[in-house]
Design a protein around this ligand. Structure first.
Ligand code: AVJ
Length: 327
């Protein structure tokens, strides 16, 4: 067999083992969110195909430092991060894991099993296929699911040390109360002797934060507005995209960037048999992106049953990676 045929001769891409995404939750979540006094939409719905492309474009923007900072710190500290996770561990990644960081970690940890978990079936398939090509030795068990719910991980409990990798400051989408519950759930997931590696964006100059969510090219605005476009496309709503504007600001007392979609006029939006009325200036709260100092996040993890054992920062001190151990 020719050397180049090796990959093609491998077993076909392992099936997506588990699917725990309820089919109808998008419609229900949108209706529930738009029915609140402060209208709100869950940020996990940003990531349809177009939204995922826009998010990748955000990650390349000069103003959006988190992606570059996290990659730089992962590169700089990969040996220590790998030792912390422990060679041969069961590595569970929340997110599809096609990023450069995930590949660095896989190379450093050489996990016995790698379990990417993602709500996007396409992202998961793409990532798993690519990782399978790059790491032919890697046992990949992809899980299609929502990691904000308790998940069954398709690996026997005794098979090895469980380490959850949750990069990208996605945890910032949760309020501190929600993050606490999420960390507790993950603590149960990894069990005694388990660990977690969490990427967390740091508090910093509000101007730097503001620029990262109000980029000059308006890509973040497009990303935010795509949520309404998606609701139109998939749920048949009639949002007029020109009548809503992207708005993002740093809420200092709450330590978070808030993204909103502001209605530019009084208007009504139709979604099936529902009608949602907007006043001029009224907003839909579409995302929180909470920022934590290193001690703040360690304290939060401590209340959720973890010990904050390690913190790695990039050289500019913009972003952090926390190594947490089951307490
Ligand atoms: C993927 C949730 C970490 O909060 O910075 C980027 C998403 N929103 N620009 C973030 C996002 C607007 C991002 N997270």
């Amino acid at each position: 067999m020719a050397r180049n045929d090796r990959h093609r001769q491998q077993a076909p891409l392992r099936k997506i083992l588990q699917s725990v995404v309820p089919a109808d939750s998008f419609r229900e979540d949108v209706i529930a969110g738009l029915s609140q006094r402060q209208k709100a939409l869950p940020p996990k719905y940003f990531y349809d195909a177009k939204g995922s492309r826009l998010f990748e474009a955000i990650c390349r923007l000069p103003e959006y430092y988190p992606t570059r900072s996290e990659l730089a710190l992962t590169r700089a500290h990969i040996a220590a991060i790998g030792r912390f996770a422990g060679r041969g561990s069961i590595l569970i990644e929340y997110g599809s894991g096609e990023s450069l960081k995930s590949r660095l970690l896989i190379r450093a940890v050489r996990p016995a099993v790698y379990v990417p978990v993602d709500i996007s079936q396409d992202a998961l398939r793409g990532a798993a296929a690519r990782l399978e090509r790059e790491f032919p030795w890697l046992d990949i068990r992809a899980v299609h699911g929502d990691f904000s719910q308790p998940l069954k991980i398709p690996v026997p409990g005794r098979a090895g040390r469980r380490v959850v990798y949750f990069p990208g400051s996605t945890i910032g989408n949760l309020t501190p109360g929600e993050a606490h519950a999420f960390l507790r759930m993950t603590r149960a997931q990894v069990g005694a002797g388990g660990a977690m590696l969490v990427g967390v964006d740091l508090k910093k100059d509000a101007n730097v934060l503001h620029a990262a969510y109000n980029d000059a090219r308006g890509v973040t605005a497009q990303f935010n507005l795509n949520l309404l476009a998606r609701i139109n496309r998939e749920l048949g709503a009639d949002f007029d995209l020109r009548a809503f504007r992207h708005y993002a600001f740093y809420n200092a007392p709450l330590g978070r960037i808030e993204m909103h979609l502001v209605s530019l006029k009084a208007q009504r939006v139709k979604l099936g048999r529902h009608r949602f009325a907007f006043d001029a200036g009224e907003s839909i709260h579409s995302e929180n992106s909470c920022k934590y100092s290193a001690p703040e996040f360690q304290a939060l993890a401590g209340r959720a049953g973890f010990r904050g054992a390690k913190v790695w920062l990039d050289r500019r001190g913009l972003f952090s990676l926390h190594g947490l151990l089951a307490a």
